[in-house]
Each structure stands twice: as C-alpha cells, then as structure tokens.
Design a protein around this ligand. Structure first.
Ligand code: CMP
Length: 140
C-alpha cells in the first residue's frame, strides 16, 4: 500500500470542547502522521467554497453557519492508504451509526457537529489540501 495524503478538519464542536489533542491522538494511533496543521477561523466565503459540492443540499446553510461558528484545525495527514485509513478512524458521518472506537462515536455531538471532516477520495484530498495549504507549508 502506498503512502498517500488526505485532508482533515477538526470542527468547531471539537475545538470548543478542547478536543484538538484528543482527536489528533486518535488519528496518530490509527497510523496517520500530521504533516501540516493550522488553527483558523474560516470565513463564510471559505466555508461556502469548501463545501460547494453540497450547495444544493437542504443542510448547506446550516453547515456553513456551523463551520464558521468557531475555530477549526485544518490538517494534512500522511500514511499508508491515508484516505481510507482516516475514514475508518473517523467513523460514519452520523455518530449514531459510527462504530465503537471511532472519533465520531467517541466525540461527535450530532450529524452536523460531527467533530471531524475527512476527504472521501484521493482526488478530493488533493483539491482540499490545495484549498488551505501552500506546498511549502506541508512538511513530511
Ligand atoms: P463532512 O464530512 O464535513 O461533509 C459534509 C458535512 O455536512 C458532513 O460532514 C456533516 O457534518 C454535514 N451534514 C449535516 N447534515 C447532514 C446530512 N443530513 N447528511 C450528510 N451530511 C450532513
């Protein structure tokens, strides 16, 4: 399996509860390495642009409002088969369906306040990484 990269966001519900370290520990224990990280407060334009693929969905406006409601930590994660590995440790989008031991089962409050985002494909990972990071900000 090749070493690849994925993109992760620790969402406002997690930063509010001081869970940046707790979430990152679970990512690291799953074999992922943080090769870039920054704490930012997203602008509305950034959140709308990042989630543009969901703009026709009924939850879009609420999702954007939530993502700009507090700081987030955007990260680039590296590891073997990073996209799948990250999705495995995150668990299902809805924490009610997430498996035991996953980040969302452990920490998420609801389907919206679900603590983490992770890219769903290598192609989207590359796009999402480039949305927030310059190449020189990623140090593997
Ligand atoms: P995320 O992986 O960041 O991608 C889109 C987000 O929309 C998703 O996680 C959820 O937090 C949020 N969301 C809110 N409501 C829904 C819903 N009904 N179905 C899917 N995603 C939702």
């Amino acid at each position: 399996m090749a070493v690849t990269r994925t993109f992760s966001i620790i969402k406002p519900d997690a930063t509010r509860r001081n869970l940046t370290g707790g979430v990152t520990k679970m990512l690291e224990e799953a074999g992922l390495r943080v090769v870039a990280s920054k704490r930012i407060h997203m602008t509305r334009e950034q959140a709308e642009g990042f989630y543009a693929v969901h703009k026709e969905r009924p939850f879009f406006q609420d999702l954007v409002a939530f993502m700009i409601s507090g700081p987030v930590v955007v990260q680039v994660l590296e590891g073997e088969d990073a996209v799948s590995r990250n999705r495995e440790v995150m668990g299902a989008t809805n924490p009610e369906n997430a498996a035991e031991g996953t980040i969302r089962k452990t920490y998420a409050e609801s389907i919206e306040a679900n603590s983490v985002h992770g890219s769903d494909s290598e192609e989207n990972a590359a796009t999402e990484i480039a949305f927030f990071f310059k190449p020189e900000e990623i140090v593997g």
